[in-house]
Design a protein around this ligand. Structure first.
Ligand SMILES: Cc1ncc(COP(=O)(O)O)c(C=O)c1O
Length: 377
């Protein structure tokens, strides 16, 4: 048996007639950039998250960048996030001319530790970032689980800094019964093909309930145009392709059902892998509705387990093997080994097991029995 990390072709076959028709209608209309398919998708995606606005852009990275840009982040400003995320989170800060500051993650949920955020914002023990003004915090809803938004919001309100949610892995995730995007000034999504909602190329979106911010981001996305060839400020070209809007519109209709299947696979893994070897299973906060973009376990025998599973044709991956403070790109910030011990340990031990809606029960059982076999020997 072969178990990939995702099976996008199998997914396509489940909705081929609708996808083919949606793509053809964009080609027939020649609305290759933005246009009706993108506008329709924006409306549907905003509604799915109970948000007032959705601005479709070219990628999750664009979504983060345009959010920070619209919020006026610039030189001399710092934005706080965790070092245990994809580099796009901090690239958005750097692209605005700001500086990322890191706080460690919670060891159980892998999302930003409210306690560590409080310590950093209180200014005690600050070694890095002196002289900068903290303007924003980017909690990352990592692997599909929302960060502890109630506690984080309480802290950011005290210090009057904006929250920008990195929801690139967390479509339809909730916290305290509210969708991601209900907490920050904006929430940013990626539709990279392998995401829970994936396009057939690059795509992303921002949602917000702030009318003025929405208008600003809509203009920044399109060269700062207020009307054709009239630019009150400069922006960028962050427009979504018509074909991506059409594909996403079709796929969005299946997202709740796909999410339910991901959660059911996660539940089976949790039941059958409990107590196996030294495996630490993902913890779901009682307030969070995890959408399991990734099902990530921890083990001290990661490399041997990964090799063993690969020999059984089971794909796994590591997100992320090198925390951002160890990356050459951010060496200049001056962080050292030991500054974020939880991120550093999790980076050494995390392993993503296959989880995707088209995965069969037999494939799930095969992954479980293979892991059990590894730890028996
Ligand atoms: C947490 C996180 N942030 C940002 C991004 C960037 O999204 P994109 O690849 O669509 O630019 C991703 C996607 O890989 C992500 O996982």
């Amino acid at each position: 048996m072969n178990v990939p990390l995702a099976d996008l072709h199998a997914q396509y076959l489940t909705m081929k007639p609708e996808i083919d028709l949606a793509i053809k209608s964009v080609i027939d209309s020649s609305q290759f950039i933005l246009g009706k398919s993108v506008a329709d998708f924006e409306g549907a995606f905003a509604a799915a998250h109970g948000a007032r606005h959705c601005i479709a852009v070219g990628s999750g990275t664009d979504a983060l960048h345009v959010s920070l840009w619209a919020l006026g982040i610039g030189r001399g400003d710092a934005v706080i996030t965790t070092p245990f995320t994809f580099i796009a989170t901090t690239e958005a800060i750097s692209l605005c001319g700001g500086q990322p500051l890191f706080v460690d993650i919670d060891p159980r949920t892998f999302t930003m530790s409210p306690e560590k955020l409080g310590e950093l914002l209180s200014g005690k023990n600050i070694k890095i970032g002196k002289g900068l003004t903290v303007k924003g915090v980017i909690p990352v809803h990592l692997y599909g689980q929302a960060a502890a938004m109630d506690e984080l919001l309480e802290i950011t309100k005290t210090y009057q800094v904006e929250i920008i949610e990195d929801a690139c892995q967390a479509h339809l995730a909730t916290y305290d019964g509210k969708y991601v995007g209900s907490f920050g000034a904006t929430a940013c999504f990626s539709f990279y093909p392998g995401k829970n909602l994936g396009a057939y190329g690059e795509a992303g979106a921002v949602i917000t309930n702030d009318d003025a911010l929405a208008l600003k981001m809509r203009r920044l996305r399109d060269h700062g145009q207020v009307e054709k060839y009239k630019h009150d400020f400069w922006g960028h070209n962050y427009r979504m392709d018509g074909i991506q809007g059409a594909v996403l519109g079709v796929k969005l209709r299946n997202l709740s059902q796909w999410t339910a299947r991901r959660r059911s696979i996660a539940a089976t893994y949790k039941k059958l892998l409990s107590g196996v070897g030294d495996i630490v299973l993902p913890h779901e906060s009682p307030k969070a509705h995890h959408v399991y973009h990734l099902f990530v376990v921890r083990t001290k025998r990661r490399s041997a387990l990964q090799q063993f599973l690969s020999g059984k044709q089971i794909a796994t991956s590591i997100a992320y093997p090198i925390p951002l403070h160890f990356q050459q790109a951010y060496r200049h910030l001056g962080y050292r080994k030991g500054d974020f011990p939880v991120s550093e340990t999790v980076a050494d031990e995390c392993l993503s097991l296959p989880v995707y809606p088209e995965m069969t029960d037999e494939q799930v059982e095969y992954v479980v029995s293979s892991i059990r076999e590894f730890f028996r020997d």
